[in-house]
Design a protein around this ligand. Sequence first.
Ligand SMILES: [Mg+2]
Length: 175
Amino acid sequence: MADQKPALFLDRDGVINVDQGYVARVEDWQWIEGAHECVARFKARGWYVFVVTNQSGIAFDHYTEADMNAVHKHMSQGFAAAGTAVDAIYSCPFHPEGSNPRFRKDSFDRKPKPGMLLQAMAEFPLKREASFLIGDKQTDIDAAHAAGVGGFLFTGGRLDHFAEWALASFEDGSR
Ligand SMILES: [Mg+2]
């Protein structure tokens, strides 16, 4: 088995990019300051970095999976241009009240449930007790706790600065 490494889980909308409602077009993508630096820094210290994002706009037919994938390609290209990359992007298109029957379901992947995080743990040898999530909603934090990792509510500012503060307080054992 490969060496276990800690993981930083990042919510997408409101953490990596500005949450302007449903972000489904590259033109609407606006980076949160410090997002590239945050990913680069954690990758450089030997962490996994994962994106875990609810995308119920697909269940409500606001946009398609192809639209989301195009946005994620744009995001990945942005990280690549900064010389870094996330290890995987997990997304959940489902919603229990979705208008599209294909995506109308109470999914275990939809935060506050922990499915996406548990999937990452099944796919990568990660050190759960050393891992944490940054999200901008309580449902993100609830998903983190349900998966047995720490959770920090992003309060704005630069993401890299917030993540360094989160890491320091996590290592302190205060979360
Ligand atoms: Mg969010």
